[in-house]
Design a protein around this ligand. Structure first.
Ligand SMILES: Nc1ncnc2c1ncn2[C@@H]1O[C@H](COP(=O)(O)OP(=O)(O)OP(=O)(O)O)[C@@H](O)[C@H]1O
Length: 362
């Protein structure tokens, strides 16, 4: 059993509070991804779990034991860094064996573990090389291999792919997914900026903002049912369109009126008390569908067409004065700048947020 329990976890550097009281339970074998904008505290939280940063307040349990004051080497964790952190003068084999030698393992056991990790990561042919004779992707595999050899209960990754080029990122991401499948008992916690990594690797994503958890859930739950405006705009690319307005009518399917006089029926229930209140309407670019019918959500003029091959992004000027609405249409589209288009969307895919930014959709 190597679940984790974070209770009221806080971190301050002097007078600067960086983590504001995080509560989170992680089950054994779960793959958890921390995402959030730069500076939100992802790495700090991971380093607190690793024991590389002191915990200012709250408790951290690993495997049912409070480990706040347990040194990193005794926590049963292994961490893979963005920078690989390999010893340049040691071969791949020795890099992977190093921690085991320090721990006093027998040569036979060391050899068994190093070869097993090398086989999982297809590093068998490189065991005698020095890190400088390896590509970035191979170096990162050695860093992962070194962590596997330690047979950790908890595997921590701090943006392990961010130094790799696009193709290697994809290949290494797939290796990490396979690694996770081959180690179902091992809990993995992974920090990234990259949405694709978060969506494809995570059992559950933890969205952080300014040292606070905004939402925790499986990737599709965060995508389909963001609990607040922050998560709605953070998950998904391009970001969800958000249009400010006022609640015009309430009930089971409230309507929201926009500054230009148009209004939209949302299919979302709003209590009568909120009539006349400001609200934010949300619709994802990929949920908009062009229509020629009269039952449209909005109508606007295309100001920019971005043809990306597999999709075409249309920037449509309509409900807001400041920002165009983005529609993501499949494949090639015969649309030109200046064309007037109507869009509709499945009501189940519309979003509505109150003045505090919390969803009305329950
Ligand atoms: N030693 C320190 N002293 C003071 N403030 C610090 C220290 N280390 C980190 N911080 C601050 O803590 C906050 C969180 O930093 P952290 O590195 O955890 O963010 P992050 O979400 O991992 O960011 P990034 O994605 O850019 O790596 C930042 O505002 C940072 O400036």
């Amino acid at each position: 059993m190597a679940g984790l329990k974070l209770e009221g976890l806080k971190k301050s550097y002097g007078a600067v509070d960086v983590i504001h009281g995080v509560d989170l339970e992680i089950r054994q074998g779960e793959f958890i991804v921390f995402v959030g904008p730069s500076g939100c505290g992802k790495s700090t939280l991971l380093r607190m779990i690793a024991g590389l940063e002191e915990i200012t307040a709250g408790t951290l349990e690993i495997d049912g034991m409070v480990v706040n004051d347990v040194p990193p080497s005794k926590r049963g964790i292994a961490m893979v860094f963005q920078s690989y952190a390999l010893y340049p003068h040691m071969t791949v084999y020795d890099n992977m064996a190093f921690g085991l030698r320090i721990a006093g393992q027998s040569n036979d056991e060391i050899d068994r573990r190093v070869r097993s990790a090398a086989s999982i990561l297809q590093l068998e042919d490189y065991l005698d090389r020095l890190p400088k004779a390896l590509s970035g992707g191979q170096r990162q595999r050695v860093a992962i291999g070194r962590a596997i050899c330690r047979d950790p209960k908890v595997f921590l990754f701090d943006e392990p792919l961010s130094n790799l080029d696009a193709a290697l990122r994809v290949a290494t991401r797939i290796e990490i997914a396979k690694l996770n499948e081959s180690m179902p008992e091992t809990t993995m916690i992974y920090v990234t900026h990259d949405q694709v990594e978060a969506m494809t690797l995570a059992d559950r994503i933890v969205v952080l903002s300014k040292g606070v958890i905004e939402q925790v859930g499986p990737p599709m739950e965060l995508y389909d049912r963001p609990q607040n405006l922050f998560v709605a705009q953070f998950i998904g690319s391009p970001a969800m369109n958000i249009i400010p307005g006022t609640i015009e009518s309430t009930g089971d399917s409230a309507t929201i009126a926009f500054a230009n006089g148009k209004s939209v029926e949302t299919g979302i229930a709003v209590a009568d008390a909120d009539k006349g209140r400001k609200a934010s309407f949300g619709v994802r670019p990929e949920d908009l569908v062009a229509t020629t019918g009269d039952d449209f959500l909005f109508e606007g003029t295309v100001s920019i067409v971005e043809a990306l091959g597999e999709v075409t992004l249309l920037y449509v000027e309509d409900l807001t004065e400041d920002e165009p609405i983005i529609a993501k249409m499949p494949g090639h589209q015969q649309v030109r700048r200046g064309d007037k288009l109507r869009f509709t969307a499945d009501k189940a895919k519309l979003h509505l947020f109150d003045t505090a930014g919390n969803t009305y959709r329950r």
